[in-house]
Design a protein around this ligand. Structure first.
Ligand code: HEC
Ligand code: HEC
Ligand code: HEC
Ligand code: HEC
Length: 458
């Protein structure tokens, strides 16, 4: 294509770049804006600044980051991800060309879309709830855990999705669900997308499209959040976290929830590591079969380690051992607030009745000893993506997003989780995060043996 003709074709997206002298363009910019032998310029579909073309469901590349774009181009080229348009393009690019175009697009950030004139507020509210908090009753993990609260992605693995077009989001979610897009070797997205219904996909796509867009003044603050219909639970479910009332008791429960979610921050005096209660009691302490606290509330006082123990004492124990810190005094606000949160989520539970879903489903012992060397191999292939090669967890923008599993920042030897059978049960029931249930019993024991004996220690 002639340069002048191309610039004319790109006027909407590439004006600034076309004004620049051609010689000044980097190789990546040249490929993006001018194309190469047999390769249409990327800008035709993805925009000169990587803004994409939402109308055609062409994704934005801005914000995705060079490592993700590079890996995705390789995936198109080697068949890990197939697409009628992108696969032939990627197959024509040299490794060097892929690298330079990935770097070119990495310098831009996506522009937030405009708020649409009309939309369904309850759909948006539901989308927000699924995205930010997931839905326990539907085994749906919060997208925010991996893509970030604002949808800006985290590190090289978890891409920026805020602002992508609805059509593109829906297409990708369906294709993960159907197994057509396999994506990351761990299949994280296939598992995250599997439980979604058609309606949930549409709700989430609307919300993610508008994440970061400015709602009109009349809609603030978050009028649409309140308009969402509640999600109807299957079986016993604690109330949704947003339902804590604005009473004196409710304020204590909210503080308790904050302590539960970020214990090192809100209960600093009593914590000696980097773990929060929620890291081992999943779904903010509400998920069945993952250490739910509503089930504990109806059970205590009970005999624990040979003594009649109250819930308050059990929590003090958790601080001393799981949190590698010291027990808060019985009258401390930290303890009171945590008890208020647990009590609030347990309303409707019958005291003394069996609570299906309590604890972590126990795991039958193995015949013969577990193999910690095999556990190490598994750890590096299935866990390190989130917990880090050395088990130190991962931080993004200074926030600990994936907790440490080894070393001094994790739980100590005296923690309940350090007991091998319990750790194996925990792993089988909850990990890898987002793909719970995919480890075999032997794999869970091998991993537990590795974590308990790893050179980084506890
Ligand atoms: C004719 C239009 C077109 C052209 C030209 C084009 N792309 Fe694409 N691109 C697409 C479409 C459509 C998709 C979505 C593919 C899918 O659904 O899997 C896509 C997806 C991508 C993705 C994945 C984005 C994500 O969020 O996962 C990357 C990266 C990408 N393209 C890079 C490029 C680069 C670099 C070029 C130039 C060398 C280029 N594309 C040229 C249409 C195009
Ligand atoms: C356990 C972590 C995890 C969770 C939870 C998760 N994702 Fe993802 N997501 C990923 C990873 C990793 C990728 C990169 C693609 C891959 O699998 O290779 C991805 C990719 C995507 C993509 C494709 C992005 C692109 O540019 O093509 C979309 C869309 C997406 N996720 C949406 C969601 C939504 C919506 C949810 C919530 C229902 C969600 N994700 C939950 C890890 C996660
Ligand atoms: C390192 C992981 C970990 C952390 C962090 C942790 N716990 Fe636990 N907690 C466990 C395990 C494992 C059990 C199950 C013990 C058992 O079944 O014997 C447990 C049990 C409990 C119980 C009793 C539940 C029952 O059903 O009997 C309570 C209450 C509790 N934890 C509260 C907390 C609180 C509050 C925090 C934060 C201050 C916390 N835990 C932090 C791992 C952890
Ligand atoms: C997609 C990311 C991801 C993967 C993969 C993953 N985890 Fe986790 N893991 C998490 C998150 C997130 C938590 C905290 C749960 C929460 O806060 O809801 C966690 C918690 C834990 C905990 C308890 C808290 C702690 O830090 O000690 C252990 C132990 C653990 N994971 C081990 C593993 C093992 C072993 C694997 C591999 C089989 C694995 N995880 C795979 C994300 C992941």
């Amino acid at each position: 294509m002639r340069w002048a003709a191309l610039c004319a074709a790109l006027v909407l997206t590439a004006q600034a770049a076309c004004a620049r002298p051609i010689a000044a363009l980097s190789p990546g910019a040249r490929l993006a804006l001018q194309g190469a032998d047999g390769v249409v310029p990327c800008a035709v579909c993805h925009g000169a600044r990587g803004q994409g073309r939402p109308h055609f469901a062409y994704p934005h590349l801005a914000g995705l980051g060079a490592p993700y774009v590079l890996d995705t181009l390789r995936a198109f080229a080697d068949g890990r991800r197939l697409n009628g348009i992108m696969t032939p393009i990627a197959r024509r690019l040299s490794a060097q060309a892929m690298r330079s175009v990935a770097l070119y697009y990495a310098q831009f950030r996506p522009r937030p879309p405009h708020w649409p004139g009309s939309l369904s507020l309850s759909r948006l509210g539901r989308g927000r709830r699924y995205y930010q908090y997931g839905a326990l009753s539907d085994h749906l993990i919060a997208c925010a855990r991996c893509h970030g609260r604002r949808g800006h992605g985290q590190g090289a693995r978890f891409p920026w999705i805020a602002g992508q077009s609805r059509a593109y989001l829906i297409e990708q979610l369906r294709s993960f669900q159907a197994g057509a897009r396999t994506g990351h070797a761990l299949g994280l997205m296939r598992h995250a997308a599997r439980p979604l219904s058609r309606h949930q996909i549409a709700d989430i796509a609307l919300y993610v499209r508008l994440l970061g867009a400015r709602p009109p003044l009349a809609l603030r603050p978050h009028a649409w959040v309140r308009s969402a219909r509640p999600i109807v639970p299957r079986g016993f479910m604690p109330p949704p976290r947003a339902a804590i009332p604005a009473t004196v008791f409710g304020r204590a429960a909210r503080r308790g929830r904050a302590i539960f979610d970020d214990t090192p921050r809100y209960a600093r005096a009593y914590v000696g590591n980097a773990l929060s209660c929620r890291d081992c009691h999943l779904g903010e302490g509400r998920a069945p079969h993952a250490g739910p606290l509503w089930a504990a509330a109806a059970l205590y006082p009970r005999v624990y380690r040979g003594r009649v123990t109250t819930l308050a004492q059990r929590i003090r124990d958790a601080f001393a051992h799981s949190e590698a810190g010291r027990a808060p005094p019985l009258a401390s606000p930290v303890l009171t607030d945590l008890l208020a949160y647990i009590h609030w989520m347990s309303r409707g539970e019958v005291i003394g009745a069996p609570a299906p879903g309590r604890g972590y489903p126990s795991l039958a012992p193995l015949h013969g000893p577990p193999d910690s060397a095999q556990g190490a191999v598994l750890y590096h292939s299935r866990c390190a993506v989130c917990h880090g090669e050395r088990g130190a967890g991962r931080r993004y923008n200074g926030r600990l997003v994936f907790p440490p599993v080894l070393g001094a920042a994790s739980y100590g030897r005296t923690a309940s989780l350090a007991q091998e059978p319990l750790l194996a049960a925990f792993l089988k029931a909850t990990m890898p995060y987002g793909e719970a249930g995919t480890l075999s019993r032997r794999e869970a024991y091998d991993l537990a043996a590795y974590l308990d004996a790893a050179p980084q220690g506890r």
